[in-house]
Design a protein around this ligand. Structure first.
Ligand SMILES: Nc1ncnc2c1ncn2[C@@H]1O[C@H](COP(=O)(O)OP(=O)(O)OP(=O)(O)O)[C@@H](O)[C@H]1O
Length: 782
């Protein structure tokens, strides 16, 4: 398939391809077995693409069987040879050959290349390749030159497509494209010819190829893979078949007289006729022939149709890797079967180690390409229109095979199939079974699940009302007392009379920090358990659920907190509360006036233990957490309604705090005229405002003007130290000399830099090579 040079067009590889090819060729020697798997997997994709297109496009392609063939041909001198891999798939046009094989379109390639180039070539790159897959370029691991002949299927628009060749050698940074000089030898599809490297001739053995297909590629194709084999056989020769006469030795002369000398003659003993042809010496007529055979190399039934008991872990992993092109080990899987809508089905659901960030970064509907619906073992679609899975489960990797759906089902008719309508429910049910199994049976894996999927359960519980209860049971919380508990477990641990589920939310803080909040202190001191929320989604979740097991959620930073054991003491405490209110009335009144821009009310607190005061959101108001989230979301927009909601908060004062007691005494002094002096009132106001701003900060809110706050703190500090409140810092500032417009005469040396230019120069990067005798660096001379 080589053509003369006039036919060829030469192209340079895109630079990323050159880099990838270099990594593949230089560093992957120990992983070179992957080439066959990668090529078979590409062929499988091409066959799938063809079959799906032909379902909806009339007159597309021919009726050739869809398969992959692998044929090894040794050179006559046995020193080298070639391997030809052919598929009857979608093929490539001239332009597609150049675009698909000459450029890299995969996302994350550049980052991968950077990492691969810096990795340790013996181990690092191997792992990276395992995580990425190198596709077509892996062929250069074993081949010096690769020819790709390809022909797209016939179509109405192009009834006679041309066959083109892409050719490239492993050591060039360019490739050539030209019309196949052999003409259109392929009905449709792609034929890849690898001219094997001298050190890769072992792959020319059918045994080695069979083993490779078995080991790595059995799951890479759902289409049959046929391997060309040759064996020699002894077969009887047919009676009327002309046979080649055995070579006969010329009969000895009857009287073979060898003259020794003239006087003595020796006469040889010549056998009689009977002795010459004994009956038993008649040789049966057979011949040795070479039989060509195409052996079906992946004839095992698909893994999901087998009994789970007979499938090994390695088989599941191999299957996962080749089907979903994810080279990391999944956390777990669940092999299931059942009947629905008059059809039986079988499937396997896999939990990827991690969901790629890119999945959530998609705009528009989330792709669900890893939900593979098969009908009678043949891939049909990953697109389910309105029957798609909810977003929380859109990443799931599942293969589900229905037995009784018509094979020629098109995407349009699929939408109305009863099975498809039920499929979503089936997949979700089995996904939840898998999660629950991991939660109860495998703590190590469950830890991974909570780490990578914790958010998704919350998100799912908000999104998916049907499965909400099941998803809620998978969510784990941290509390003031325990870790990894469910809401059910929280409720089981509630105190007598407790009629609320307590939580404290502070996004972005650690649970340790939240535990120290003023709002948690009393509950903690009394032994009540409080859920600690660190993600915005937590609050969204409780606002959606509102209740769990009939108990409403209560934000401990909000009004409305009840312990539930107030009953017996109600009268007493009401009485006590009244007394306190009476006692603190002057302070409360005074504070109300002082804080009217910040809070709507001032009350005696029953939630504080050591803190002097706290700012608590009213039931309708924003907690500090929500306020922060709101500020981050629309920091420029100021709506009056938002400002109003922000102010729906109360200052709670702790009557047991000495600070509050002290403040009360001062306010009383002010009121009854003992301390009438204006200076005293100013001081008091300052102390009060620091106390309130401090309460805002401790409660997580922002102070109105932090500069003003620190000026006040500064004044109070000066007062307590007896320092003048107005004295300014004594700083001698030396003024700059007069303006000087003249240009400097000499070059001014630069100030030293951390990195000198020299460090990046060639010589700096080059290793030193010291001369044995002189000890000088002779790198450049070498
Ligand atoms: N046998 C084939 N038939 C048709 N097109 C092919 C064939 N092999 C490769 N291609 C095309 O070339 C492209 C590049 O192949 P390559 O193997 O490098 O990457 P990939 O298949 O996209 O990714 P990966 O192999 O890592 O999954 C493919 O996306 C496909 O469009």
């Amino acid at each position: 398939q080589d053509a003369d040079d006039t036919q060829k067009t030469k192209f340079d590889y895109q630079s990323d391809v050159t880099r990838l090819r270099k990594i593949v060729i230089n560093s992957l020697y120990s992983h070179r077995d992957v080439w066959l798997r990668e090529l078979i997997s590409n062929s499988n994709d091409a066959l799938e693409k063809f079959r799906l297109t032909s379902l909806t496009k009339k007159g597309f392609g021919n009726d050739d069987p869809l398969n992959i063939t692998v044929k090894a041909i040794r050179d006559e001198d046995e020193k080298g040879g070639k391997i030809i891999i052919t598929d009857t798939g979608i093929g490539m046009s001239k332009d597609e050959l150049a675009a698909n094989l000459g450029t890299l379109a995969k996302s994350g390639t550049t980052e991968f290349l950077n990492r691969a180039e810096n990795a340790d070539t013996t181990t690092g790159t191997g792992n990276l390749i395992g995580a990425f897959g190198v596709g077509f370029y892996s062929s250069f691991l074993v081949a010096d030159r690769v020819y790709v002949a390809s022909r797209p299927p016939r179509s109405k628009e192009i009834p006679e497509p041309e066959q083109w060749v892409f050719s490239s050698s492993s050591d060039e940074s360019s490739f050539e494209i030209y019309p196949d000089p052999r003409g259109a030898t392929l009905g449709q599809g792609t034929e890849i010819t690898l001219i094997m490297k001298p050190d890769a001739v072992k792959y020319l053995s059918t045994n080695v190829l069979t083993e490779l297909i078995d080991k790595h590629s059995a799951f890479s194709s759902t289409f049959p893979i046929y391997l060309f084999t040759q064996k020699t056989e002894e077969v009887p020769v047919e009676e009327d078949e002309p046979t080649k006469e055995p070579e006969t030795v010329s009969e000895p002369e009857k009287e073979n007289i060898i003259d020794l000398d003239d006087d003595e003659a020796l006469i040889e003993d010549v056998p009689t006729e009977e002795e010459e042809k004994p009956e038993e010496l008649v040789v049966p007529k057979t011949k040795t022939i070479t039989v060509d055979e195409w052996v079906h190399a992946n004839s095992h039934p698909p893994i999901w149709t087998r009994d789970p008991k007979d499938v090994t872990e390695v088989e599941y992993l191999d299957f996962y890797r080749s089907t979903f092109k994810d080279y990391r080990k999944p956390i777990g899987w669940h092999h299931f079967s059942g009947d629905a809508a008059g059809t039986s089905f079988k499937g396997i659901i896999f939990l990827p180690e991690k969901i790629e960030d890119a999945h959530w970064q998609q705009t528009g509907p989330l792709e669900q390409k890893d939900i593979r619906l098969m009908v009678k073992h043949v891939f049909i679609t990953s697109e389910f229109g309105s029957d798609r899975l909810p977003k929380w489960a859109s990443w799931v990797r599942v293969i589900i095979d229905a037995d009784d759906l018509p094979l020629n089902v098109s995407r349009e008719t699929l939408q109305s199939s009863k099975f498809i309508k039920q499929m979503k429910g089936i997949i979700l049910r089995h996904l939840l079974i898998l999660f629950n199994r991991l939660a109860t049976d495998d703590l190590e894996k469950w830890a991974l699940v909570t780490k990578h999927y914790g958010m998704i359960f919350k998100f799912g519980a908000v999104e998916d009302t049907k499965n909400r209860d099941r998803l809620i049971n998978l969510v784990r919380f941290e509390t003031t007392q325990r870790q990894n508990i469910t809401l059910d477990q929280y409720v089981e641990n509630k105190r007598k009379g407790q009629s609320q589920i307590f939580y404290m939310a502070d996004s972005g803080k650690t649970t340790e920090q939240i535990k120290r909040s003023v709002f948690v202190e009393k509950l903690e001191a009394r032994g009540y358990e409080v859920l600690l929320f660190t993600e915005p989604l937590d609050e969204v979740l409780v606002n959606t659920l509102r209740k769990h097991k009939k108990l409403p959620f209560q934000d401990v930073a909000k009004a409305g907190l009840k312990f539930g054991d107030e009953d017996g003491e109600e009268e007493d405490s009401k009485e006590a509360q009244k007394k306190l209110e009476e006692k603190f009335k002057p302070l409360i009144e005074w504070l109300k006036e002082e804080t009217k821009d910040v809070v709507r009310d001032v009350v005696i607190s029953n939630r504080l233990v050591t803190s002097a005061c706290a700012v608590v959101a009213e039931a309708l108001g924003y907690t500090a957490n929500v306020e922060r989230l709101m500020n981050a979301a629309h920091n420029q927009e100021k709506s009056e309604a938002v400002e109003f909601l922000k102010k729906l908060r109360t200052l709670e004062i702790n009557p047991k705090s000495p600070l509050i007691e002290g403040l009360l005494a001062r306010v009383e002094g002010l009121n009854n005229g003992e301390e009438k002096d204006a200076e005293f009132e100013k001081e008091l106001k300052e102390v009060a405002s620091i106390l309130i701003d401090g309460a805002l900060v401790r409660s997580g809110f922002q102070v109105h003007d932090s500069n003003e706050f620190f000026i006040r703190v500064d004044r109070v500090l000066r007062r307590s130290l007896g320092v003048s409140e107005t004295a300014r810092a004594k700083v001698d500032v030396k003024p700059a000399p007069e303006v000087d417009p003249t240009e400097p005469e000499e070059e001014v040396p630069e100030s030293p830099q951390y990195f000198s230019d020299d460090m990046f120069s060639d010589s700096f990067m080059k290793p030193m090579v010291l001369d044995k005798d002189t000890g000088e660096n002779i790198h450049d001379e070498l």
